[in-house]
Design a protein around this ligand. Structure first.
Ligand code: FES
Length: 165
């Protein structure tokens, strides 16, 4: 881990069937975008944490999942996370099988009576959050107990002043 002011950088190890990848991730950015910046391809669709396209498993380390539109404690207990809406709080080891992990997470949610891939209220307006940065450093926020459930504004979600990707 390195520090640049309030921003920390963590080392992420990603284990995939085709091999192991290592990249750095900022504490204020979602893991999906750190992977893309590192040239690692991975599936994603909604970029808001509800479609499960970017599901991965956390093998070790600490993360903040609270920006996902669908967050269930059972997901964390089972080690699932959504790369598009999860920020690192430490060095991590992740596991991602593009063919299997999303199915496993969906099945896990069904088994726990959670809605798998349901459109959350307001999702159409928010479709594709994109690279919106964390509003507050996730790890600092959880340490200070600040509320985390306020909806993001259009500007924060990158919907104003930019064209959709
Ligand atoms: S891209 Fe939809 S949950 Fe991550």
């Amino acid at each position: 881990m390195t520090n640049e002011g309030d921003i920390r950088r963590f080392r992420i190890r990603l284990e995939r069937p085709e091999g192991t990848f290592t990249f750095d991730a900022r504490s204020d950015e979602y893991l999906l975008y750190s992977m893309i910046d590192a040239g690692i391809e991975t599936p994603y669709i909604c970029e808001q944490g509800w479609c499960l396209a970017c599901a991965a498993r956390l093998v070790s380390g600490n993360v903040d999942r609270s920006d996902a539109l669908t967050v269930y404690p059972q997901d964390a207990e089972a080690g699932f996370l959504l790369l598009c809406s999860t920020k690192p709080c430490s060095d991590l080891v992740l596991m991602l099988d593009e063919r299997q992990t999303r199915r496993d997470m969906m099945q896990h949610r069904i088994e726990h009576n959670q809605l798998a891939r349901a459109y959350p209220p307001g999702a159409r307006l928010r479709f594709r959050r994109g690279r919106a940065k964390a509003r507050v450093d996730a790890c600092t926020r959880s340490a200070t107990g600040t509320r985390t459930d306020e909806p993001a504004t259009s500007a924060q979600m990158g919907l104003i002043g930019s064209k959709p990707k």
